[in-house]
Structures are given as C-alpha cells and as structure tokens.
Write a protein that binds this ligand. Structure first.
Ligand SMILES: Nc1ncnc2c1ncn2[C@@H]1O[C@H](COP(=O)(O)OP(=O)(O)O)[C@@H](O)[C@H]1O
Ligand SMILES: Cc1cn([C@H]2C[C@H](O)[C@@H](COP(=O)(O)O)O2)c(=O)[nH]c1=O
Length: 228
C-alpha cells in the first residue's frame, strides 16, 4: 500500500542525501518518480546534499498543487509511482494534504524530507501537518551533534555569530562553517535541547571557557555491541 512518510531531523543530518539515495534506488528498479523542493540553499529547482550530490527538481511555490501535478501526468498516460519532496517544512499545510490525497487516492508513495522545528523550536506549518498526517515519521539515523557531543535535536540561528530567538521564520541559510559569514549574515547551528534553551552556541561556550578541553566524544554506548 502506498504511504506518506516524513523523514525528519535537524539541519545537516543527511536528509537531502537520503532523498537523492531513495530516488536513485527506486529509479534503478524502474519506478517513475518526481522530485520536488522548495528554496534549497543551492538555488531554485535543485536538491543539494552537502556530500556534493545535486539533482534538478521541480520548485514548489504557493501555487503548486501536488494533486493536479500527479493527476495531470496520469491523465496523459505518464506513470508516477512516487514523489520525493525536499525542504518539506516550507510546504503549506494544504500541499501536505494534497500529498496525503495523492497517496490514498492514486496509490503514489510520497516521501517528504525536512526539518521539523525552526530556530525558536516551533514547528513549521508544513512539518506540523506532516506529523499530523504521515503514515510514519522517520528520524534519520545519522546523528548531527551539538558542540558538547550530545545528539543535536534543535536548530539555532545566529546573526553575526550571536544566537537570536526573534525574526522571520524562513531565512534560507547554511550551518556555521559551511560558508564564510558576512556582516549581518544569518547562519545556523545545531544544538542539543539543553544548550538551545540556554542559548549556548559553540562560540558562546568558547567565550565563557576559552581554555576548556575539546568537546567530549559522542556516547558510544548507544552503538550496537558484540558479546565476547
Ligand atoms: N566532507 C564530508 N565528509 C563526509 N560526510 C559529510 C561531509 N560533509 C557533509 N557530510 C555528511 O553530510 C551530512 C549532511 O547531508 P545533507 O543531506 O546536506 O543534510 P540535510 O539535508 O539534512 O541538511 C552531514 O551530517 C554529514 O554526515
Ligand atoms: C532552523 C531554520 C532553518 N531555515 C532554513 C535554513 C535552510 O535553508 C533550510 C534547512 O535546510 P537543511 O537542508 O535542512 O539544512 O531551512 C529557516 O528558514 N528557518 C529556520 O528557523
């Protein structure tokens, strides 16, 4: 049975990479899919992974209607077996409902990829509707890490290197270190909840304790272990 799946995680945890891998695997088995994205960092109509892979995709805007897109192709005899939708947090609630309808009434799989919450730790409207409607929400296995070594669960926004908690919900950008910061430039940093709530970015922690030891390593006990 077709399904609507929401693959979610923080920024920089591998969502776009997985989106392109899933497309590759399904296409390799002869399935016909359509790729969509909205406001990717790399520019319009592109799905880009930080691992270097990019692929052309249909750019979603407020006028996009997934039901009309799929039905139109089917009516012309063109097969559509699955949809891949990246940056799905930016989709409208109505567009997520269209995805659910495409799944239920046309038997097309819909795989949506996106962050759930914004820099204030509030759900994006598209992500909220996906959590409400998806058959499954999959949290990505690759763990983005906070500077302290804990699993990163939240996205922080910095302006000129200082964490902010007010501003527009949507500002396209990258994680710190991935590009040179310019004056007034927005960047993002993934943090654990504790440090998000304390507004303690890596730079803020270094400023407080410049001689502190490097960040601890991630907890290895959560990895599968062998009995010997
Ligand atoms: N130079 C690199 N070497 C190995 N892995 C990398 C490198 N750069 C990025 N990555 C991997 O790519 C992930 C980011 O992938 P991406 O698909 O762009 O993330 P997302 O779409 O979730 O923002 C990082 O978590 C990391 O695992
Ligand atoms: C937290 C947050 C993020 N964004 C933007 C920044 C990026 O352009 C995308 C996320 O892309 P990624 O592939 O998951 O790295 O979302 C935003 O507009 N508002 C926010 O609060």
């Amino acid at each position: 049975m077709a399904e609507l799946v929401f693959f979610s995680g923080t920024m920089d945890c591998g969502k776009s990479t997985l989106a392109l891998q899933m497309h590759h695997n399904h296409a390799a088995r002869g399935r016909d899919g359509l790729l969509f994205t909205r406001q990717d960092r790399a520019g319009s109509a592109t799905i880009s992974s930080r691992l270097g892979l990019t692929k052309r995709a249909y750019e979603v805007d407020d006028r996009t209607d997934f039901w009309v897109e799929v039905l139109g192709r089917r009516t012309q005899g063109r097969p559509v077996d699955y949809l891949i939708g990246d940056e799905a947090q930016f989709y409208t609630a109505a567009q997520v409902e269209q995805l659910a309808r495409v799944v239920d009434e046309l038997g097309v799989d819909a795989y949506a990829f996106g962050i759930s919450s914004d820099f204030r730790a509030r759900l994006f409207p598209g992500a909220q509707r996906l959590v409400e409607l998806a058959d499954r929400v999959e949290i990505l296995q690759v763990r983005a890490l906070c500077w302290c070594g804990a699993r990163a669960t939240h996205n922080a926004r910095t302006v000129d290197g200082v964490m902010v908690v007010e501003g527009e919900q949507v500002v396209v950008g990258d994680v710190a270190g991935a590009s040179d910061p310019h004056h007034g430039e927005v960047q993002y940093e993934v943090l654990c909840r504790r440090h998000h709530m304390r507004r303690m970015t890596a730079a803020a922690s270094r400023a407080l304790a410049p001689d502190a030891a490097p960040a601890p390593q991630p907890v290895l006990a959560e990895q599968p272990t062998l009995d010997v």
